[in-house]
Design a protein around this ligand. Sequence first.
Ligand SMILES: Nc1ncnc2c1ncn2[C@@H]1O[C@H](COP(=O)(O)OP(=O)(O)O)[C@@H](O)[C@H]1O
Ligand SMILES: [Mg+2]
Length: 234
Amino acid sequence: MISIAHLSMNLPAGGRPVPILQNLTLDIPDKQMVAVVGPSGSGKSTLLGLMAGLDRPTTGSILLDGVEITTMSESALARFRRAKIGYIFQSFHLIPTLTARENVAVPLELSGERRADARAADLLAAVGLAGRLDHYPVQLSGGEQQRVAVARAFACRPPFLFADEPTGNLDSATGTQVIDLLLSMHRDYGTTLVLVTHDRTLAGQMQRIVSLRDGRIESDQLLPDPNRTTGFLR
Ligand SMILES: Nc1ncnc2c1ncn2[C@@H]1O[C@H](COP(=O)(O)OP(=O)(O)O)[C@@H](O)[C@H]1O
Ligand SMILES: [Mg+2]
């Protein structure tokens, strides 16, 4: 469960603090898939980064599995993130000097996994990259790099996965592959998934759509479950 209460973020612009997120309150139950949408500059990335403990809010509370992350020490937060949080960036953020397999092995090694190399190879096979284990990021297409990033994000089976416009740099066919992969990983691992997107089709595949405007929640909509045939037409 993600529980956000009265979250505000002010950032300095031209010397004075500007409100980026304003008194935002939001609960996300375990295993829910949520799309965060809204115009550019509405605070989506800021909110995602705060939920993932990459940044600290000005005021307010963020509980992940009942643990307050906004006041944790840096070292405790780093350990917590390693154990509980996966993050996927629009621009992949692979380590350029490491191969695909090494990129996926890093979080496994950090978490003490002894067979990190073999696990990394299995994960890459699961995302369709068995033939690319020893390729470096520059030798991979954008879609392939993002699949490596997905494998890396899921490597330690984190209960929380955050993705900031994961298909933003991909063409639509490749984007669809990455999304199908995220959906199947969500199904297999039961991860809570919070995803920022501009893509309406992608947002429509989540269970809930939270819209931001000017750092506030403008609407919060539960979508009908596509697996239930209760007669909803979409
Ligand atoms: N480090 C920063 N310092 C100052 N302002 C920032 C910083 N990061 C983002 N902003 C501002 O915060 C607002 C929200 O940014 P962001 O969360 O990236 O929006 P979104 O992801 O919805 O496009 C924007 O107006 C942006 O210019
Ligand atoms: Mg953004």
